[in-house]
Design a protein around this ligand. Structure first.
Ligand SMILES: [Zn+2]
Length: 424
């Protein structure tokens, strides 16, 4: 998986970030409570449960043609202000006031995200501010509000009018329509009519992702991926993942599942307007398809090591700016080693990224830098695979390095750190 910009942009939202720290800050903001999510963690789509939990009242379909755009914008700005203030001042009651309390799965996910943030190192540290840019009216009284954060990121969330105010919400499972299956040469897509305006674009981005992976790794699997494009959280209420997309090798009877949140779902949250929502998503889809290719076409070589798997996915996705984030962090004294050689049970190192108690987001940057370094200084991607196979053979990274490269682990480790600190 890959964290989405929600965690990364928490700091981007804050007003008082000086530019020299922005690079580091943007890539080092995991919630301390981020659960370790393996790439293969099953995330069931639980349609029946969601239907049972959200039966919208007549208010859900209140006729909003009575409102002018200006009136709606004022109401949604009020909801955004409340959301921002609730985050800034850790005020869960205020959060609840402007979140649809009838939609239980949605309410739960908004709350759990809020709690995660407040418990994290960032809780209480930032002032949030959202400015509504424009709105789009949708079916069933829903309105999409497109806004900018104080840090220059943008997002689009859905709102509805309920009990005299506009609240953050999303449609019910019934309202998004029945799932549609589309078979293409390399993918089986499940989409929902609600997201008709973005479905075909996202579907074509999967082909781009596949081509990207083939270009870098030289091969891609013949197996089709099952791609599910989700317009709402309600379709998977059991999952509170922060990722905008994720890959799982199996999910129930389905194999090779890639789940994607649509850009105006709360799950998608924020994106860099310079890249656009599709730019951010394209990188993530390439990342996820790399995981699938790594497993099916490369036998998940080196998969014992989290950094080889996540770093490779970032490398193939072209997330090369990551290494500068790692460099800045290194120089300011935050470092995640390849091997944690202390006696601790839960190793705090790049071999066990999912077990990290802090700097989970930053671990992606260090992982990418280590892949970059290995490719650049130790024989290209062939060198990377050599190291991966050596790790599979030996089960011990300290033995794998000399087997692959004829140098000691200590030397490899030192060379990497010297290279890294020279980047910025
Ligand atoms: Zn990943």
């Amino acid at each position: 998986m890959k964290l989405n910009k929600f965690t990364n942009s928490i700091l981007a939202i804050a007003i008082l970030i000086s530019s020299q720290f922005a690079c580091q800050a943007l890539s080092s903001t995991p919630p301390a409570t981020q659960p370790p999510l393996a790439a293969t963690e099953p995330m069931p789509v639980n349609t029946e449960a969601a239907v049972a939990e959200f039966t919208p009242t007549t208010d859900a379909s209140v006729d909003i043609s009575q409102f002018t755009d200006d009136q709606i914008m004022t109401g949604i700005q009020e909801a955004l202000d409340a959301h921002a203030n609730a985050y800034s001042s850790n005020d869960p009651a205020l959060l609840d006031e402007f979140v649809d309390q009838q939609n239980k799965p949605f309410r739960r996910i908004v709350k759990s995200r809020f709690d995660d943030f407040q418990k994290s190192a960032g809780g209480g540290q930032y002032t949030f501010e959202y400015t509504l840019l424009d709105i789009a009216r949708r079916e069933y009284g829903f309105v999409i509000g497109h806004f900018r954060t104080a840090g220059g990121y943008e997002g689009s969330w859905m709102f509805r009018y309920f009990e005299n105010r506009w609240v953050l919400s999303e449609p019910s499972v019934e309202q998004v329509g029945k799932p549609v299956t589309t078979e293409t040469e390399h993918f089986t897509f499940t989409t929902y009519p609600w997201a008709e305006d973005v479905n075909s674009k996202i579907m074509s981005m999967l082909d781009v992702a596949r081509n990207n992976v083939e270009k870098v790794l030289g091969k891609v699997p013949d197996e089709k991926a099952n791609v599910i494009i989700l317009p709402i959280y309600g379709l998977r209420p059991a999952n509170s993942s922060l990722s905008i997309a994720n890959y799982s090798s199996a999910q129930g009877t389905l194999k090779n599942v890639i789940q994607i949140n649509t850009p105006y779902s709360y799950a998608y949250s924020f994106y860099d307007p310079a890249l656009g929502w599709d730019g951010d998503l394209q990188t993530t889809l390439t990342h996820e398809y790399t995981h699938m290719t790594h497993l099916l076409s490369f036998d998940k070589a080196g998969g014992l090591s989290d950094w080889m798997s996540e770093g490779l996915a970032e490398y193939v996705a072209g997330a090369t700016e990551n290494k500068y984030g790692a460099c800045n962090a290194y120089r300011s004294g935050t470092f995640i080693p390849i091997l944690d050689e202390s006696d601790t049970v839960y190793k705090q190192d790049l071999m066990h990224m999912y077990l990290l108690e802090q700097n989970f987001g930053l671990s992606y940057d260090f992982a990418t830098s280590l892949v970059d370094f290995t490719v650049e200084k130790h024989g290209g991607l062939d060198g990377f695979w050599k190291l991966a196979h050596a790790l599979d053979d030996t089960g011990d990274f300290k033995k794998a390095v000399p087997q692959a490269f004829g140098i000691s682990y200590a030397q490899y480790n030192q060379e990497w750190q010297d290279w890294l600190k020279g980047l910025c």
